[in-house]
Write a protein that binds this ligand. Structure first.
Ligand code: NAD
Length: 468
């Protein structure tokens, strides 16, 4: 098996140290991650800084065209990327799995390519003209998680380079291979140094967060690590976008139809086996239809095939890694011990890989980790409520605020409840839908700043006010 290499200044750069990458479906080694050194990080920063001097001066049209060419080369290599992603991440090829993720990466890239940041005229009168210009920031450090590695890398890289910055991307050590390949492909259509990839242990992310040559960090990962990034970035006052953890609540109102919403609830919670930042992670159901929702969800769960990601039949795959599997299992065990009723699943699968079944736990409430913390895996707590005001209060009783949803037939009531939720995105009769034009980000401790659309693009710029 040929070991993968870093990409610095358009060249493959080998390392002296490697770390095995596992297939979560089997536990077998599928590749070797190069462990980059701090000297190689310095080389990458120097290459990105040199490339920035030229890239920032290219026309907007040239940068848009480069992004279009990136979309085309990803599309031409989509099947290779999807297989690599499934091998290291575990998600199935089909359903909302690897092929879906690559299609998403292409769609975001194409949309962002067409965005423009024109000069805004603030005043134009006898006293003179005042204009607002958007300038690129410099070298951007992109740090990504293991759940949607290719799509999130594109969410970071494409707006950064579209706005005239250069990038060093550092993927999670659990899923480095698909990002390395993605960056190799990008380098077939970009000048050297515009996009570089460094891989290695978590310490590499820490080194990027405090590196004096990096002007902005865009980070997607857990809230705990986001705090560390913010602290490490403080001495150099880096610009930051932090997309962090969530504990999204969904509220099922008394007028909802359990059979009609079961499929949407299921996929809102279990997309990517629950390993999605804005997945439905706590479900509050009015007591009048609690049993109906539990039955409909259990019936739907029975139809979903969980298996090896490479099987064309699988609709969900394993948990991505063993530590995450242990968190999910321990949260379900605690919920059971506290009186939670397991409706479906509830025990880790025998056999190889990090499989945990889709699990539904009824009759739990605040005070258990499955409700209070982000489980980030395939286990959904279902909490009964009597008064809508209590459901809203419980949904908002969290330090997190990424997404939330409301389910019911009276859309105006649902809208009232939705807008009282403290979160960056709310959905009615669905959960977790995102698109390239709509800003996405967390409030409270779920993040700082937003991604996507014009608002997201602006995060990769600084403002220069020109008085002329
Ligand atoms: P994580 O925080 O453990 O790791 C994320 C990245 O940070 C990895 O690349 C890791 O190597 C790096 N890292 C680790 N320690 C670091 C440090 N001290 N300084 C800098 N970088 C460091 O997160 P994860 O387990 O990979 O991902 C799961 C988490 O990500 C969940 O909490 C999930 O909700 C969150 N997430 C959020 C979004 C969003 O858009 N809000 C999207 C996806 C995932």
């Amino acid at each position: 098996m040929k070991p993968a290499a870093l990409v610095i200044n358009g060249e493959n750069v080998h390392t002296t140290d490697y770390q095995a990458v596992l297939n979560p479906s089997t536990g077998h080694i599928v590749g070797q991650m190069p462990v980059g050194s701090t000297a190689q990080l310095d080389d990458a920063v120097a290459a990105a800084a040199k490339a920035f001097r030229t890239w920032k001066c290219t026309s907007s049209a040239a940068r848009a065209d480069a992004c279009r060419r990136i979309a085309a080369i990803i599309e031409a290599n989509a099947e290779e990327l999807a297989h690599l992603l499934t091998l290291e991440q575990g998600k199935p090829l089909n359903g909302m799995g690897s092929r879906f993720e690559i299609v998403g990466a292409i769609a975001w890239t194409r949309y962002t390519a067409e965005l423009e940041l024109p000069v805004e005229v603030l005043e134009d009168n006898a006293d003179g003209k005042i204009e607002l210009h958007r300038r690129p920031i410099g070298v951007v450090g992109s740090i990504t998680p293991w759940n949607w590695p290719v799509m999130i890398a594109c969410w970071h890289i494409i707006p950064a380079i579209r706005a005239g910055n250069t990038v060093i991307v550092k993927p999670s050590p659990y899923t480095p291979l698909s990002t390395i390949r993605l960056v190799e492909l990008m380098n077939e259509v970009l000048p050297p140094g515009v996009v570089n990839v460094m891989t290695g242990a978590d310490a590499l992310g820490a080194a990027m967060s405090c590196h004096s040559g990096i002007a902005k960090v865009t980070f997607t990962g857990s809230t705990a690590t986001g705090r560390k990034v913010m602290a490490a970035a403080a001495p150099t006052l880096k610009r930051l976008t932090l997309e962090l953890g969530g504990n999204d609540a969904g509220i099922v109102l008394p007028d909802a139809n359990p059979d009609a919403i079961a499929e949407g609830l299921f996929w809102g919670a279990f997309i990517n086996s629950g390993q999605t930042c804005a997945a439905l992670k706590r479900l509050y159901v009015h007591e009048s239809l609690f049993n109906g929702v539990c039955q409909s969800l259990s019936a739907y769960a029975r139809t979903v095939i969980v298996g090896d990601g490479l099987s064309e039949q699988s609709m969900l795959g394993p948990v991505q890694n063993k530590p995450q599997l242990e968190i999910v299992a321990s949260y379900v065990d605690e919920a059971r011990a506290l009186g939670g009723r397991i409706l479906f699943g509830g025990h880790p699968a025998d056999g190889p890989g990090f499989f945990y079944p889709t699990t539904l736990v009824a009759d739990v409430g605040h005070g258990c980790k499955l409700v209070d913390n982000e489980q980030f895996g395939p286990a959904l707590p279902i909490v009964p409520y009597r008064h809508v005001a209590d459901a809203i209060a419980n949904a908002n009783d969290s330090s997190m605020g990424l997404g939330g949803s409301v389910w019911g037939t009276d859309r105006s009531l649902a809208l009232d409840v939705a807008t009282s939720l403290e979160c960056g995105s709310v959905w009615i009769n669905k959960h977790g839908a995102i698109q390239p034009s709509a800003p996405f980000g967390g409030v409270k401790q779920s993040g700082v700043g937003v991604e996507f659309g014009m608002e997201g693009l602006k995060e990769f710029t600084t403002v220069q006010t020109v008085f002329r």
